[in-house]
Design a protein around this ligand. Structure first.
Ligand code: NI
Length: 182
C-alpha cells in the first residue's frame, strides 16, 4: 500500500495532467493503476485519485463494495441511492451535471483523515473518460455513485470536499457516528 497524501500537501491543489493513450499503455501507468487499487482497498475507500498518492495525473479508481453497505440501514441506503459499484478506472474524465437538484450528505476523504462534513452534490451526472486500456467510456450515474464521481474528479482539479462543505457541519468521524442525524 502506498502512503496517502494528506491535506496541506500542494499536490492535492494542483491541476492534474491528462494522459495520452500511449502513456496509458506503459508499464509505469499500469503499475500505478494497480498501486492505486491496492491502496484504495487497503485504506479502505470507495475511490482514489492519483494526486492522493502524489501523482498529479488525471487518473481515478472507484469501487464501492457490497460489504461497505452493510453498516447502513435499508432506509439510509435508499436515501443515498447507494448500491455496489464494481472496480473501474477513469482517465482524463470530463463530468457534466444531469440534474440541477443537489442533495447533501456527510462525506469524507482519505486525504482528510478523521473528519467528515455535509457536502451538497448533484443527483445525477454523466462522465466521459478513457479506461485502463485507453478506450473511451461513458457513464451515467445517480445517487452515491454520482457523489463518488464528483468527489474523485474534483481531486483532479485540485478541489477537496472540504471546499464544498458547510463548515458548521464539520465533524470528527467519532462524533458523526455518535451524533450524526442522516
Ligand atoms: Ni477524496
Amino acid at each position: 500500500m502506498t502512503e496517502i497524501v494528506q491535506i496541506g500537501h500542494p499536490v492535492l491543489r494542483q491541476q492534474a495532467a491528462a494522459l495520452s493513450i500511449a502513456e496509458i499503455k506503459t508499464h509505469e501507468i499500469q503499475s500505478l493503476i494497480l498501486a492505486m487499487k491496492d491502496t484504495m482497498q487497503a485504506a479502505p475507500g470507495v475511490g482514489l485519485a492519483a494526486p492522493q498518492i502524489g501523482e498529479s495525473l488525471q487518473l481515478v479508481v472507484i469501487e464501492d463494495r457490497a460489504e461497505f453497505l452493510q453498516r447502513f440501514s435499508p432506509q439510509q441506503l435508499a436515501a443515498r441511492g447507494r448500491k455496489p459499484v464494481p472496480f473501474h478506472v477513469l482517465i482524463n474524465p470530463v463530468i457534466r451535471q444531469l440534474a440541477t437538484e443537489t442533495i447533501a450528505f456527510y462525506e469524507g476523504c482519505l486525504s482528510i483523515q478523521s473528519l467528515v462534513g455535509m457536502v451538497p452534490r448533484a443527483l445525477r451526472v454523466a462522465v466521459q473518460a478513457l479506461n485502463e486500456h485507453g478506450e473511451p467510456i461513458t457513464i451515467e450515474a445517480e445517487g452515491w455513485y454520482a457523489r463518488i464521481l464528483q468527489h474523485e474528479i474534483d481531486h483532479l482539479n485540485g478541489t477537496l470536499c472540504i471546499d464544498r462543505t458547510d463548515l458548521r457541519t464539520l465533524s470528527t468521524v467519532d462524533n458523526y457516528l455518535a451524533f450524526g442525524t442522516s
